[in-house]
Write a protein that binds this ligand. Sequence first.
Ligand code: CA
Length: 428
Amino acid sequence: MTTLDPSLRSFIDVAPDSHFSIHNLPYGVFKTSANSPARIGVAVGDEVLDLAVLADAGLLDGGPLGDGSVFRGPTLNALMALGRPAWTAARSALVKLLRDDEPTLRDNAALRDTAFHKQTTVEMVLPAAIGDYTDFYSSREHATNIGIMLRGKDNALQPNWLHIPVGYHGRASSVVVSGTGVRRPNGQSKPAGADQPVFGPSRLMDFELEMGFFVGPGNRLGETIPIAEAPEHIFGMVLVNDWSARDIQAWEYVPLGPFLSKNFATSISPWVVTMDALEPFRCAGPAQTDPEVFSYLESPDDRAYDIHLEVLLQSERMTAPEPIATSNLRYMYWNVCQQLAHHTINGCNARPGDLCGSGTISGPGKHERGSMMELSWRGAEPIRLSTGEERTFLADGDTVVMTGCCERDGVKVGFGEVRGTLLPAIAR
Ligand code: CA
């Protein structure tokens, strides 16, 4: 585990509660106006640092970074494809340029003027062209909660669950960046006690508190990514809200799994926090001794990450979102290396920019439940909001905000937020 140097400071002001300290430097893609081209930047404090400007100034090239052209594109895919030596070189160069004792950028007023934008003045777009999106189901607490509700306490976990990092192929086309409105889907469902299915707007709209990782260099079709090499293939992580229509899901999922209940929208946070930045926050995950896992899934036991997560909800009557749940990525039973090793063990090829979701991240506590389905226990225990409103599932106009942050020795490395408002269904 790498050590943190809490004395490291940037010449850019970073508020104590900012997620974007010099220890973080997450990558994102932004536009300075609706019609301007997408550009790659890193967040520091309230600023976005334009990396194409730095590359053009000859400050981000050489060695594994080549001519710096990976910073001049409209997505992070080319940087993701370069691999860890390039990621580490870029991080070192950026930390050096932003340090308070380094004059190159600090004392060049003209360069600073073109290189920095206030985050409030730019529009964030998707950080990568996402070729494929896979969603796992890796929280034992979540799988157990859902299992108890559907099958009872004695059969809560399916027999495969402790052996296989269970997952399914999602839909990349509907992955949207934070701030994008999400429309309540229409679909088929079969209400409890009804003889026949009905068609109309989903009545059981839910969020799923997840995180996701972006694949860096991929593997050739027919080859695998061994678990020991998985860290070289994982670029960084984002917050994920994997919106779900529970009533549509319950009716459609037999026998092939979720389809239209899951593929209408997946929201992600715009800033990709690199695994290098998360390294000081690695920690032990749940023990995997009963049963032992297959050797292709054997992982060092410190491949979890201590990332505090929070879900907030704002109804149309509220002026600010209020917390309704917390959780932590460290609860996840299957870690990101196990997920990628499992995904490719059959020769399936992963590609740079592919997104893998963790599955809903729930914890042992009652408030550590990562979905409305669990928080309201399938509608039996409504959540009471400060306005006096109650929720079992989401109402039109509700805004869901998820945040995530690591903290150690006063140093914060955070993800900002992923936010989305539920819009009414289109009348059919
Ligand atoms: Ca999910």
